[in-house]
Design a protein around this ligand. Structure first.
Ligand SMILES: [Zn+2]
Length: 470
């Protein structure tokens, strides 16, 4: 039995206690419901919740005898948000990527790693406080799986799905230059052949992975380009092996031609998006024909590469309420910043307009989009970042009604779990947000969280992230 299995057995032993607390139906009555399906908005909705599930939804439903009634007149209900791209192997603090910004004279990387390992419960509550009821870990060392296990053992945590990977074709020595070993373990997994790729998928199956993640990233370097020749075949083998185990594959790319090649070999979704060229008809038709989902991850460019590195951070309300204060503090306590004139930073900033216009092109062409943040990078808080990303995607011209679907159902579909998560419908998990402002008017109103309901339990934000007393 793997470690997750052992934890589940423990969990089952203690089940009767938690079941007792879940008995009875709760009727949430009178809200305006945006259910995440993209269907019409329903006013005066009744949502019946029993245990971890929504049992019925409708306008003017009869409230069963003995049900606890919660009046939501004047409120809105949306599905819990699903961040399609986070990592637990990075904290959002300035000390978290020493290969990019070396501040080890302030906090040695070993200390940062230990801090992250101990901080997982706070990171999880911070996500839930922000209305993120599910998050997809895009891979890394064992801390990603450990966070999933911890979340399963907590009531006040989101559901975590873990992508096995990221699988790169770069040799290990290069992979370890991108991310130094984490507690002795490589953060990126190297597969230099189709067989090695398939073997890593089976390793993921052993660990009960929820999906598989690959990375193609040449970052403009000829050597990296050459080292990744034949990446289509290796990714193809990964896709084939994953499909045998009913796992979806998601791929990190920043370039158009590799993006097309990966869609061609059948990856199910793309993390980030091409920023080396304008999206063309071929990419669009491939993405549409294959029903692929694209996760643009826009706000990272501005928040990390401009705001944090220039010391001009404008905190959103949700960051003040739900952000881990220790992460936020690190942004203001460091004077040494990377050289803004350096190639690696200029490139990201220069590509930004194309990232936005390509997102708009994808949206206008009807390609399915989902919302993900890459939280954990400098300045990117687990939880609040979701709202920063939604605001950026709205700025591109995507209406809030569609953004809500992208941030819920579409994100669940990346791991093939849209039948259980991502919408407020009978038979789905009772994961939803009660809001005190209209999210269809402005997506920033998704921050007006009155309560977060996770697996049928209602939490206030103060329950999850108690205010810090100064
Ligand atoms: Zn990432």
């Amino acid at each position: 039995m793997n470690s997750r299995g052992r934890y589940l057995v423990l969990f089952l032993l203690f089940m009767p206690l938690s079941l007792a607390a879940e008995e009875g139906t709760v009727a949430y009555v009178g809200a305006t419901l945006v259910d995440g399906t993209g269907g019409p908005v329903r006013t005066n909705a009744t949502i019946l919740v029993r245990g971890r599930y929504v049992t019925d939804v409708g306008a003017g439903l009869e409230v069963p005898q003995g049900a606890q009634r919660v009046d939501l007149t004047g409120k809105w209900v949306v599905p819990g948000l699903i961040d399609a791209h986070i990592h637990f192997m990075v904290s959002g603090r300035m000390y978290t990527r020493p290969s990019f910004l070396d501040l080890q004279h302030i906090v040695p990387y070993e200390e940062e790693v230990r801090w992250m390992q101990e901080r997982v419960p706070v990171t999880l509550r911070s996500l839930l406080c922000s209305g993120v009821t599910t998050a997809l870990s895009m891979g890394g060392p064992s801390i990603e799986y450990d966070a999933r296990t911890q979340a399963e053992l907590m009531d006040d945590a989101p559901t975590i799905f873990v992508a096995h990977g990221p699988i790169t074709q770069l040799p290990e020595f290069l992979a370890s230059m991108v991310f130094p070993p984490f507690d002795g373990e490589l953060s990126i997994k190297s597969a230099r052949s189709a067989e090695a790729g398939a073997a890593l998928v089976r390793e993921g199956v052993e660990q009960d992975a929820d999906l598989i993640k690959t990375v193609y990233d040449a970052s403009g370097s000829l050597m990296r380009n050459l080292l990744q020749l034949g990446y289509e075949d290796i990714t193809g083998a990964i896709v084939d092996e994953a499909s045998k185990h009913d796992l979806k594959v998601t791929s990190h790319i920043h370039e158009l031609e590799p993006g097309k090649a990966l869609l061609e070999v059948g990856v199910d979704s793309i993390q980030h998006l091409p920023v080396d060229a304008a999206i063309d008809e071929e990419f669009i038709s491939l993405a549409r024909d294959k029903d692929a989902i694209v996760v643009p991850t826009l706000v990272l460019r501005k928040r990390t590469f401009v705001d944090v590195f220039t010391g001009q951070i404008d905190l959103q309300p949700v960051e003040e309420v739900c952000g881990d204060p220790e992460v936020i503090r690190s942004w203001f306590e460091v004077d040494e910043m990377p050289d803004l004139g350096s190639d690696r930073i200029r490139t990201v900033v220069d590509q930004t307009p194309l990232a936005y216009s390509n997102t708009k092109t994808l949206y206008d062409s009807g390609v399915t989009l989902a919302v993900g943040t890459d939280a954990g990078n400098f300045g990117m808080l687990h939880g609040p970042s979701m709202h920063l990303e939604l605001i950026e995607m709205q700025s591109v011209g995507i209406p809030p009604a569609e953004l809500i679907v992208m941030a819920t159902r579409n994100a669940a579909a990346i791991t093939g779990r849209e039948d259980e998560y991502g919408t407020v419908e009978a038979g789905k998990f009772a994961d939803f947000l009660i809001l005190s402002a209209d999210p269809l008017e402005d997506v920033a109103n998704l921050q007006a969280i009155d309560r977060v309901v996770k697996y049928g339990r209602a939490f206030t934000q103060a329950d999850l992230m108690p205010p810090v007393l100064e």
